[in-house]
Design a protein around this ligand. Structure first.
Ligand code: ISE
Length: 334
C-alpha cells in the first residue's frame, strides 16, 4: 500500500521532507506540493512529479491527497491543521502545533471530538537512536528515579530576524518536548535567566539564555539556549538519577586520535544531526497513517509544549517565574 501525500510549504523544511519522503520512505508518494511562492513549489514539485498549488487549502481539498505534511510557517499551522481534521485526513504538522496556546486549544478541541487521532506534531528528537536509548535506560530503572536533567542546545548561528523569544519558541520547544516525553511528567513552571550576551550574537539578541523548568513531580530541568555559539550544532543531555547519570551527545560522531591530537566532527545544523530521526519520523508516520493509527507526538503534546514555551517567554519578559496551567487532558490522549 502507498500513502499519497501533499506537502504544504516548500521552504527549507518542506523541501527536506519532500526529498526524504521520495528517497527513504518506500510506502510514500508525494503527489502534491503547495507554497505561496508558486515558482518555488513548481521547482520542488517537478523533482517528484507532484501537482502544484499556490494555496494549501486547495491541496488539502485534492481528492488524490490522502495525508498532508504541513511545513509552512507556524502562524499558518492552526488553519491548515483544522482543514485537515475537517477533511478527515491524517496530518503531520511541523513544530509548533500553533504559536499560541489558544490556537493549539482550538486544534485540540477539534481533534478530541473525533474517535481517533489524525494529528501528529513534528517533534523529531523522539525518533533519535540516542534519545530512545536514554529513555529506555531510564524506564528500565538503570539510574533510579530522575532528579535533574541538564540540556544544552547550541546553534552555530541564526538567520537575520531571529529574536530572543524565538530562542524559546523555535529552539527550546524541542527540549520541552523531550523533557515531557522522557520523564512522562508535565512542566508546571518556567524561569528564564539572561546571561551576559555574546558579542558575536546579532545586535539586540539576548543570547545565551538559561531556562529552568520545574515538573509536576519536582524534577528540575535546565536548558542552555545559545544560538550564536559559532562552532556548530551541539546538543547534549545529562540525566541525573538517584544512582547514576545517563548522558547523550558528548561525542556526536567518530572521535579521531592522530599525531598527538584527538578530534571529531561537529554537525553543522539540526538537519545533519537529526537526519536519521526525520527519516524514522516520516517512516513511522506513513506506516501509522496507512494503518489508521497515529502514534507520534500528539496534539496534546503540541499544546502542552506551546503552553510551557508561552510561560518561558513571559518569564523572559518579566524576569519572574511563570507558572503553566493546562486544561484537563481529553480522553483521546489517554
Ligand atoms: C530549528 O528551527 C529547529 O527546529 C532545530 O531542531 C532546533 O534545534 C534549532 O535550534 C531551531 O532553530
Amino acid at each position: 500500500m502507498t500513502l499519497d501525500i501533499g506537502v504544504v510549504g516548500t521552504g527549507m523544511m518542506g523541501q527536506d521532507h519532500v526529498q526524504r519522503l521520495a528517497a527513504s520512505v518506500p510506502d510514500a508518494r508525494v503527489v502534491a506540493v503547495s507554497d505561496v511562492v508558486v515558482e518555488q513549489a513548481k521547482r520542488v514539485g517537478e523533482r517528484v512529479g507532484a501537482r502544484v498549488y499556490g494555496d494549501g487549502h486547495d491541496l488539502i481539498a485534492d481528492d488524490g491527497v490522502q495525508a498532508v505534511l504541513v511545513a509552512s510557517p507556524g502562524p499558518t499551522h492552526e488553519e491548515l491543521t483544522l482543514a485537515c481534521i475537517a477533511a478527515g485526513k491524517p496530518v503531520l504538522c511541523e513544530k509548533p502545533l500553533a504559536p499560541t496556546t489558544d490556537a493549539c486549544l482550538r486544534v485540540l478541541e477539534a481533534e478530541a471530538a473525533l474517535p481517533r487521532r489524525l494529528v501528529q506534531v513534528g517533534y523529531m528528537r523522539r525518533y533519535d537512536d540516542g534519545f530512545r536509548a536514554l529513555k529506555q535506560r531510564l524506564d528500565e530503572g538503570l539510574v533510579g528515579r530522575a532528579l535533574l536533567l541538564h540540556c544544552r542546545h547550541r546553534n552555530a548561528s541564526v538567520p537575520a530576524g531571529f529574536t530572543s523569544d524565538m530562542m524559546i519558541t523555535d529552539s527550546v520547544v524541542h527540549d520541552i518536548d523531550v523533557t515531557r516525553w522522557l520523564l512522562g511528567q508535565e512542566i508546571v513552571a518556567a524561569s528564564v535567566f539572561k546571561a551576559r550576551p555574546s558579542s558575536l550574537a546579532p545586535a539586540g539578541l539576548q543570547d545565551p539564555q538559561m531556562v529552568l523548568l520545574e515538573t509536576d513531580q519536582g524534577v528540575l530541568v535546565d536548558v542552555e539556549s545559545f544560538v550564536s555559539c559559532q562552532f556548530g550544532y551541539d546538543i547534549r543531555y545529562e540525566l541525573v538519577g538517584e544512582t547514576g547519570t545517563i548522558s547523550l551527545g558528548e561525542e556526536p560522531g567518530p572521535r579521531i586520535r592522530q599525531q598527538g591530537r584527538h578530534h571529531g566532527p561537529i554537525p553543522a545544523d539540526w538537519r545533519e544531526r537529526f537526519g536519521s530521526s526525520y527519516e524514522r519520523e516520516l517512516q513511522e508516520w506513513v506506516g501509522g497513517a496507512l494503518r489508521g493509527q497515529i502514534t507520534g507526538p500528539s496534539c496534546w503534546d503540541g499544546y502542552a509544549v506551546t503552553a510551557v514555551a508561552e510561560a518561558a517567554v513571559e518569564s523572559l519578559t518579566t524576569g519572574r517565574r511563570a507558572t503553566v496551567a493546562l486544561v484537563d487532558r481529553p480522553a483521546l490522549y489517554g
